[in-house]
Design a protein around this ligand. Sequence first.
Ligand SMILES: Cc1cc2nc3c(=O)[nH]c(=O)nc-3n(C[C@H](O)[C@H](O)[C@H](O)COP(=O)(O)OP(=O)(O)OC[C@H]3O[C@@H](n4cnc5c(N)ncnc54)[C@H](O)[C@@H]3O)c2cc1C
Length: 245
Amino acid sequence: MTDSERQRVEARLALRGVTKFHGAASFVDAHTIRIAGEGGADQVIRGEKILIATGSSPLRPPEFSFEDDRVHDSNEILELKALPKKLIVIGGGVIGSEYAGTFAALGAEVHLVDGRDTLMPFLDADISRGLADAMTANGVRFHWKEKVVKCDASRPGDVILTMSSGATLAGDGVLVCAGRSSNTEIAQPRRRRTHPGQARPRPGRRALSVHRSAAHLRRGRRHRAAGAGGHGHRAGARRRLSRLR
Ligand SMILES: Cc1cc2nc3c(=O)[nH]c(=O)nc-3n(C[C@H](O)[C@H](O)[C@H](O)COP(=O)(O)OP(=O)(O)OC[C@H]3O[C@@H](n4cnc5c(N)ncnc54)[C@H](O)[C@@H]3O)c2cc1C
């Protein structure tokens, strides 16, 4: 199904004369893009206008020990090998609420921690309350007006979170859904120095402070192949998570 949908989109792009380049793109200057292919061969293309559509990445607040296998961001959670018995979700936004509900439905004990006292405050208050009530009925426990100040993953078993009130919460899984930021580092071509006598960037030098590795792009492709991009996201995530049961 995914393959046939991909082929359909690719055929349509080819029909419209769209040329595809595979690799990690970075700006050389405001109208020039270098594409680092997986085989090591670079290509350079130019455009009058360049549209950047590089997606977003999860924010990783420094107080969490993401290097530990039990602490996840909203991308990594799709790579779980086993369902946690007790999952602590940080953040009651769109993504945190969605995963809290999903893991509770899969049978995990789920705790959701948020610094506010309502789910997704941009929603109509009745809808937000109705959603929180439905999640409570499904077993989700809320810890409102709490902020995690410490994450101790130094011992086997449970990760221990200390909250702003001084209370602690222990679980064998922690999912941090603290927002996402756009991958705009590609959008920052290095500014040319314009003062007389100052050096200009060397021709061909990479114009970005950060750029994505080919491995990162491969991971992204796997993620989307699992249905994690755009409108197929929820279905893809559910399919993957249901395999953990
Ligand atoms: C947990 C979660 C749940 C979501 N649920 C939904 C939902 O139910 N419904 C919905 O509509 N949306 C949902 N979304 C949002 C949706 O996934 C995004 O809005 C959508 O994928 C954004 O599309 P995009 O094309 O901007 O970015 P992406 O789909 O992220 O695509 C960006 C592309 O750019 C490529 N790229 C990045 N940097 C470079 C570079 N330097 N060189 C070359 N290529 C590069 C990447 O490899 C990738 O192919 C969800 C998002 C998350 C995180």
